[in-house]
Design a protein. Structure first.
Length: 119
């Protein structure tokens, strides 16, 4: 990541976890170590290209660790680093909020979809 002057801690955190898929990667890796295919199935809906890009960025930012076992067929495992575990802990409160307010968030998403479709 480039050297940025962040105005607040939230801005710094979002610089690391920004995007649709990174929080879901962190959530799943907080549960267990995953191979690529397991992680892709657990997340669902993400393309290979995007997931690979997100994993590379998280690895570069030292949030996750990638272990290549140099086997045939290829075996690679992803896990959280201690730094990543601290971030996953912080995301726990966000997950809890989402669980508590899921119905309201679903209504918001439906309104957005309706507004975009002109209905």
């Amino acid at each position: 990541m480039a050297n940025n002057s962040f105005n607040c801690g939230l801005e710094a955190a979002l610089a690391v976890i920004g995007g649709k898929w990174k929080p879901l990667v962190l959530f799943n890796l907080a549960q267990n170590v995953h191979r690529y295919g397991e992680l892709k199935r657990a997340i669902g809906g993400v393309t290979d290209k995007v997931l690979i890009q997100q994993l590379k960025e998280l690895e570069r930012d030292e949030i996750i660790a990638r272990v290549d076992f140099h086997e045939i067929p290829p075996k690679v495992e992803y896990s959280l680093t201690p730094f990543g575990h601290s971030l996953a802990t912080a995301l726990g409160a966000l997950c809890q909020w989402g669980t508590q307010h899921m119905q309201a968030v679903e209504r918001i998403a439906e309104r957005r979809t309706s507004a975009l479709s002109g209905a």
